[in-house]
Design a protein around this ligand. Structure first.
Ligand SMILES: Cc1ncc(COP(=O)(O)O)c(C=O)c1O
Length: 377
């Protein structure tokens, strides 16, 4: 195999058991496997976790992902976090998913379809608490209430919300403000005679704030062994005496396609952005931005070969990347290259890539091409 991703099943289960230990017994864990399980491979991640009692539900973004889980044999409940087109509501009901909703007419549409199918349907109402994306405003509750009084087949199972500023900072005052809005909105709903379950918490709030756990936590990145941000990690260390040993689940490998020596003063790759200052041994790697190797890693990133860092020289191409291997002895074509992962004492992680290209580990992981084979080990 020329390039492949390895998924460490023990690391994944280890992280999930750490998360499990942080939440109360009665709090259910929704394991977020959207975006091809954050690039880890939805098939592989589900094969590791479906039989495990460390998680309760799966969270996905789309109806397509939910159907895929059912095709993989998933029996657990599935919460769809994103929007489902109205014409696909029946498919959702047939596959026994939980819809996230935020429009009264959408609830009526679910009810109409559920009645026609003579099946129960479930939805979670998303509350706007300050993230400014999906969600209903408190002032619109009245119109929802009227619809909710009329539904029979459709079950108002839960309310949810999402934090806007919990990863990017060690100042959690905005998260506190959102939590207050959530609690006040929930009170209004309860006063009107409804008693939905509640969920608000992503990885950062699950790791930092037990008071946000409610009935479910929705965890993604931490299960895959990454901290949501340096700030979340720092906040955790300031609150707890002990480190939380998250283990990275994904490694990404390729093999050297060619080794060649360039004379001093030679250019490397498109745009002539790198010129050798001495005789330089280069390894040609058969991966590029099509695979998810961000083009902004050009001339800044590094990979690992034989336990050593090998810097990227010149521009990352669509299918090829060049690295400087002048310091590596006995290097040949088909030698293994660690793009993300550990080799000996050295590690290169999605955080390292993210720092170099000005993004977050979430984007690096979820953009790894779904076409790369994933292997569970
Ligand atoms: C609505 C929602 N809930 C939960 C999550 C999981 O967040 P995290 O990966 O930080 O745990 C996400 C991720 O994007 C999300 O969009």
């Amino acid at each position: 195999m020329l390039k492949w991703i390895e998924v460490d099943s023990k690391a994944l289960l280890h992280n999930l058991s750490l998360i499990r230990s942080l939440v109360k017994k009665r709090t259910k864990v929704i394991f977020v496997v959207k975006a091809n399980a954050y690039g880890h491979g939805i098939d592989q991640v589900v094969s590791i976790t479906e039989k495990s009692n460390l998680i309760d539900w799966y969270g996905v973004n789309s109806i397509e992902e939910a159907v895929k889980l059912r095709e993989l044999g998933v029996k657990r409940e599935i919460l769809i976090l994103g929007y489902v087109e109205r014409e696909l509501i029946e498919e959702g009901i047939r596959n026994n998913v939980r819809f996230t909703v935020y429009e009264p007419s959408y609830i009526s549409e679910i009810e109409r379809k559920a009645r026609k199918m003579k099946r129960e349907a479930y939805f979670h109402l998303k509350l706007e608490t300050g993230t400014g994306r999906q969600g209903i405003d408190k002032k619109d509750w009245k119109s929802f209430k009227e619809v909710l009084k009329k539904i029979e087949y459709t079950k108002f199972e839960a309310v949810s919300s999402h934090f806007a500023n919990i990863e990017d900072t060690t100042d959690h005052s905005y998260a506190e403000y959102q939590l207050k809005r959530f609690n006040s909105f929930y009170k209004l709903i309860v006063n009107d005679g409804f008693s939905p379950l509640r969920h608000f918490s992503c990885s950062a709030s699950t790791l930092l704030f037990p008071k946000t756990h409610f009935d479910f936590v929705r965890v993604g990145i931490s299960a895959y062994g990454y901290w949501p941000s340096k700030e979340t990690h720092l906040s955790f260390l300031l609150r707890h005496k002990n480190e939380l040993e998250l283990r990275k689940v994904l490694s990404f490998y390729t093999k050297v396609a060619q080794v060649k020596t360039l004379k001093k003063g030679s250019f490397i790759s498109y745009g002539l952005t790198y010129k050798t200052t001495q005789k330089t041994k280069i390894a040609v790697l058969p991966v590029g931005y099509f695979d998810g190797v961000d083009r902004k890693l050009s001339n800044t990133g590094y990979f690992l070969i034989k336990g050593e860092r090998v810097p990227i020289r010149g521009r990352v191409c669509m299918n090829i990347t060049l690295v400087d291997v002048s310091h590596i002895k006995n290097i040949n074509s088909e030698d293994k290259v660690t793009l993300i992962g550990r080799d000996g004492k050295e590690i290169v992680s999605a955080d390292d890539w993210a720092d170099k290209v000005g993004t977050i580990n979430y984007e690096i992981l979820s953009r790894l091409s779904p076409e790369i084979p994933r292997i569970v080990r």
